[in-house]
Write a protein that binds this ligand. Structure first.
Ligand SMILES: *Cc1c(COP(=O)(O)O)cnc(C)c1O
Length: 385
């Protein structure tokens, strides 16, 4: 790649990935549930503080396991934001359930906990808290609501590896948490994910669902004398090659996040003067601190100005993008889901949010260069665009 080009994201290698993959091959076990899978799961249980972690192919797969474990079936309703990735909704639609979309807060861009109770009906089974950009949802409020109404609380913590709310790691607070190690996230294995099982009553069934609906795990531990089909399930476990790559990344997880926070804070301070002049808004979080600096975004003044800035940057070799196209009025969303109340913040934010390049081996001077180009765009005073 041209060294002057600044891509939006770049997968990276931080340490012993290839060494561990070679070790997995030498071990003679490259299917799933071997030594590196155990190392990764132990690492997650120990460093995040959860009862049980199971590696999966993706966060999508972890969400699908969560939907099975929450016993969600046809006609059941699951409350979630529309401002999220499709897998949050699809996992439940696959079980015949109906996503019920609720608006997001205008500061954290997370599910607005004040609107959740109004969306609950007798069909509601679960609430999915998506920690956008690794910033925590108001978990105390959501726990209270779910407790009161007997609902499952599932965390889509795809973007939130090693991010915390007060003292708790995100993904370890609800009944179940789902992580992603997709190459666009902070800690990666190409494709990859994990299901965190925080409610100990769900562990035994989770292991069965993970192993294709068999009691193979209990058999391997010598707890049962026969290995047989006992429940629904699928092949949710990744190969040892993926786990070996992931283990090398997890070892450097804190260091990766620390570097990303430095980049994020640099963007924040370089762009603050322009935000103060009203050209755009910067992320608003409780203490202006990024949790794990997964995403750096700007809220532009209009969709047109966003498109103009994206092409201005692209002409200079800088790749900025936007997301999410809200789920509630997408073709599949119209078919499979319903909304509760107005989704005005969701609609407004999705029209104006712009993501700047941020990846784990990005350099500080590249952040300075991107920020300078953003400043140059506004120097022409395009307030009339
Ligand atoms: C990335 C992402 C997912 C999907 O993760 P995969 O590992 O690619 O399946 C789900 N939800 C959110 C919020 C995400 O950002």
């Amino acid at each position: 790649m041209d060294k002057h080009v600044i891509p939006f994201n770049k997968p990276f290698v931080v340490g012993k990935e290839l060494f561990y993959i070679a070790q997995a091959v030498m071990n003679g076990v490259i299917a799933g549930d071997g030594q590196f899978t155990a190392l990764c799961q132990d690492w997650l249980e120990h460093n995040l503080g959860c009862n049980k972690a199971l590696l999966t192919h993706s966060c999508t797969a972890a969400l699908e396991m969560a939907a099975i474990l929450a016993d969600v079936g046809p006609g059941d309703e699951v409350i979630m934001p529309s401002f999220t990735f499709v897998s949050t909704a699809n996992a439940f639609v696959l079980r015949g359930a109906v996503p019920v979309f609720v608006d997001i807060r205008d500061d954290t861009l997370n599910l607005d906990e004040r609107l959740v109770e109004a969306a609950i009906t007798e069909k509601t089974k679960a609430v999915v808290a998506v920690h956008y950009a690794g910033q925590p949802c108001d978990m105390d409020a959501l726990l209270k609501i779910c407790d009161k109404h007997g609902l499952f609380l599932i965390e889509d913590a795809a973007q939130a590896i090693l991010a915390r709310d007060k003292k708790r790691a995100l993904g370890t607070i609800g009944h179940l948490g789902c992580l992603s190690f997709h190459e666009t996230k902070n800690v990666i294995s190409g494709e990859g994910g994990a299901l965190l099982i925080n409610d100990p009553r769900l562990i035994e069934r989770a292991e069965i669902i993970w192993q294709k609906g068999t009691n193979r795990k209990a058999f391997a531990r010598g707890e049962v004398s026969k290995y047989t089909w006992v429940d629904v399930g699928s092949s949710f476990l990744p190969s040892e090659l993926t786990a070996a790559f992931l283990y090398a990344q997890l070892e450097h997880g804190e260091r990766i996040n620390k570097h990303r926070r430095t980049l994020y804070e640099k963007y924040f301070s370089l762009l603050r003067p322009l935000a103060n002049d009203g050209f755009f808004e910067l992320p608003r979080t409780e203490d202006d601190k990024p949790a794990n600096a997964h995403i750096f975004y700007l809220l532009m003044r209009s969709t047109e100005e966003r498109a103009a800035l994206i092409s201005f940057l692209r002409e200079r070799g800088i790749y900025a993008v936007f997301h999410y196209v809200p789920l509630h009025d997408s073709p599949a969303g119209l078919r499979y889901s319903r909304t509760s109340g107005e989704l005005s913040v969701t609609e407004d934010v999705s029209q104006r949010l712009l993501r700047l390049p941020l990846y784990s081996d990005m350099r500080s001077r590249q952040v300075a260069h991107v920020s300078a180009c953003v400043a140059r765009f506004f120097q022409a005073d395009r307030s009339g665009v």
